[in-house]
Structures are given as structure tokens and as C-alpha cells.
Write a protein that binds this ligand. Structure first.
Ligand code: GN1
Ligand code: MG
Length: 356
């Protein structure tokens, strides 16, 4: 996409800003994200939504906007400027939708950029882990009274373990011998863990664990912090859907407690940090603990294990399928991501007694 095309798309939204320049932000695995710099602040984030992955983009955008409006309403006592920093705000397009559909069939959406904030790919202090716990816990708390039926299920069975496991088994049937050989150890590990990793799935299906509004992509890079390292805003609300609280607790732990990055290939650097787990859990439970049922609380740790596992099998499955889902930069990228997650899971399991 060149500057002129991006400027054109930016100007299909209702704002009074003058486009100055654009910079691609390369962090997500799915969508394309651009920072639009304008002659005056605020700047904006323009996003092209991957409609191969997200089949119902209007539904996705509707979820994001409804949740933002809900949060804005809850926080309406805050000064406007502060509110803009704490909640994502989406800009309507000139066609009155919160997205713009280009002639090529691609969907775009625009939001205000929250400047003067920082993000982390890996966490470097228990304080950040604690702040992230408070931030995501508060997000779930504030959205807990949002009516689930208003949400579109943007990716059916997104964190459904039985579904992900069956996709893995299907990939095993179709994969090339070369990839099967290279992934041999990871495949065996996944198969060994199958039973334990279905426990939460069954509790969800039986209704013992209830459905709530969940974010479903609570990796720490989806949390903005202030320059003073305070939790500020939850971003990337693409995958908000009904789910169990363990998904969000677990996915945050998956990224916060990994001493290495998700793409780290030196597995000696990938360990599970117990003190960050405790700090995250403290912040999280301070915000939402009172409204959790006994069974929800009891299984939080298994939630962390299950989310690490689900990401390990999703990366592994994509590797076996010849990398058709996630953006990859080199041939064994997905396999290495999967090894990383499995190493993290093993490290957690080795330290499980300290976490109970
Ligand atoms: C994808 O694109 P991004 O980074 O927001 C994925 C998440 C994974 C994540 C792993 C729709 O999110 O489920 O946890 O990569 N999103 C989708 O980093 O598949
Ligand atoms: Mg995401």
C-alpha cells in the first residue's frame, strides 16, 4: 500500500484532520496496521482487517464499537482527554459505518491513536505484571454486565480445545513427511497432553463454568501502559466474544510469564517466571476476584496451561499446513513458535507446586 492509497482510505472517515505521513506498525500476526500522522494531534491508527481470517468484518467492528461505547459509558465521569486514553475510540466512515470497504473488497477501520504510552513484548518486572493484571481484570469487570447476545462470534470455536485438537489431527493426516519429521517431538508432546488439556473445555460444555465477555487476545502487547508504568488501556478488541475467564487470564500469563519473546528461538531464554504469575494474579483478582465462582478461581492455573497449549497446537497445526494462517518470516517460524510455547508449558509444569 502506498502513501496515496492510505491517505485516500484515511479520508473516507469522518475527521477534520489533515494527513501528513504514514508508518506501518509491524506487530500483529493477522491484520495490517498503520499509524497516520496528521498536521495536528490526535494521530490515528488505520487498520486493514484480514477478511480471510475474520469472515464477518461488520460483526467484528460492531463488537469493538459496542464494547468501547459500554466502557466509555462506565467511565463517563472521567475528563474527556483521559477517557480517550483509557478506551479505544473508533471513527465512523463517511458511509456511516465504523468501517470502510474499499473497491478491492478490503475492510478498514480507524481509531484515535493513544500517544505517550508504552507497550511490552516481554515483561521485565513484577510491577508491570501486576499492573497488567489490574488492567485486564478491570476490563473484564467493566464488561461483565454487557449482554452476551449482542456480540457476534467473530471466529467460531476460537479457543475451543476439541476443535483446535481436531484441526491438529487433520493437519497430521495431510502434512508432508518432511514437516512431520521435523515436528516429531512436538507432535508427541501435544498428544501426551491431550487429556489434561480438555478439562476446561468439558467444564465449559457442561455449563459448570459460565460464559462471559472475553477479549481473547490478552497478550501483554495488547495492553498500553503510561510512561510511569501504570496500566492504561486494553487494545486490539478484534476477538471479543463470549468465552470463559480462563482464556483471558491464561493468554495474559502466557505472554507475561515467558522470560523470552513468543518468537524466541533460543529456548534457554524461555522460562516461566513464577513471581510474575503471582503478581499478575494479584492484580487480576483485586479487580474481578469477588465476582468469580469457586470453580472459576480453582481452575485459573489450568487456564494458563491450556492457553499456552492451545497456542502451541495452533502454531504447530499451521506449520503442518504449510503456514497458511499466521504471517511468517522464515520457513520454520511456526514450528519454532510452537517449540517456544511447549518449552514454556514444560517450565510452568516443573514449577507448578510453587503456583498452587
Ligand atoms: C494472533 O494478530 P494478533 O497478534 O493480534 C491471533 C491470536 C494469537 C496471537 C499470537 C485472530 O493475534 O489468537 O494469540 O496471534 N489472532 C487470531 O501472538 O488468530
Ligand atoms: Mg489480536
Amino acid at each position: 500500500m502506498n502513501h496515496n492509497q492510505l491517505e485516500y482510505i484515511f479520508n473516507q472517515f469522518k475527521h477534520n484532520a489533515v494527513f501528513e505521513s504514514v508508518q506501518e506498525l509491524v506487530s500483529g500476526h493477522i491484520n495490517d496496521t498503520y499509524l497516520i500522522q496528521t498536521t495536528n494531534k490526535p494521530y490515528y491508527i488505520l487498520q486493514k482487517i484480514n477478511h480471510t481470517v475474520f469472515k464477518d468484518v461488520p460483526g467484528l467492528v460492531s463488537n469493538k464499537v459496542l464494547i468501547s461505547q459500554h466502557l466509555q459509558h462506565k467511565l463517563k465521569h472521567l475528563p474527556k482527554n483521559e477517557l480517550f486514553r483509557r478506551v479505544l475510540s473508533f471513527i465512523s466512515s463517511k458511509t456511516e459505518n465504523f468501517y470502510f470497504k474499499n473497491e478491492d473488497g478490503c475492510y478498514w477501520n480507524l481509531m484515535r491513536y493513544i500517544d505517550d504510552s508504552i507497550t511490552f513484548e516481554t515483561v521485565n518486572s513484577a510491577h508491570i505484571a501486576y499492573e497488567a493484571g489490574k488492567l485486564f481484570g478491570n476490563f473484564l469487570n467493566l464488561t461483565s454486565d454487557f449482554e452476551l447476545t449482542k456480540l457476534t462470534t467473530v471466529i467460531p470455536k476460537f479457543h475451543d480445545m476439541s476443535f483446535r485438537y481436531s484441526q491438529f489431527e487433520e493437519a497430521l493426516q495431510k502434512a508432508s513427511q518432511e514437516r512431520l519429521d521435523l515436528a516429531k517431538n512436538q507432535i508427541l508432546l501435544v498428544q501426551e497432553l491431550k487429556e489434561e488439556m480438555h478439562i476446561l473445555q468439558r467444564l465449559k460444555e457442561s455449563g459448570d463454568i459460565r460464559l462471559r465477555v472475553t477479549h481473547n487476545d490478552t497478550k501483554v502487547s495488547n495492553a498500553l501502559f503510561t510512561q510511569g508504568n501504570k496500566g492504561l488501556c486494553v487494545i486490539d478488541t478484534d476477538t471479543i466474544m463470549p468465552g470463559i475467564i480462563h482464556y483471558d487470564f491464561g493468554d495474559a500469563i502466557r505472554s507475561i510469564c515467558n522470560t523470552g519473546e513468543e518468537d524466541e528461538i533460543n529456548l534457554d531464554l524461555v522460562k516461566f517466571n513464577v513471581s510474575y504469575y503471582k503478581a499478575y494474579a494479584k492484580g487480576f483478582l483485586e479487580q474481578i476476584g469477588d465476582s468469580l465462582s469457586e470453580i472459576e478461581t480453582k481452575y485459573l492455573l489450568l487456564g494458563a496451561k491450556s492457553m499456552i497449549f492451545i497456542m502451541a497446537i495452533r502454531f504447530l497445526t499451521d506449520y503442518l499446513n504449510n503456514d497458511i494462517y499466521y504471517k511468517t518470516k522464515y520457513l520454520e517460524h511456526n514450528l519454532n513458535r510452537s517449540k517456544n510455547q511447549l518449552k514454556l508449558l514444560q517450565s510452568l509444569t516443573n514449577q507448578e507446586k510453587e503456583l498452587a
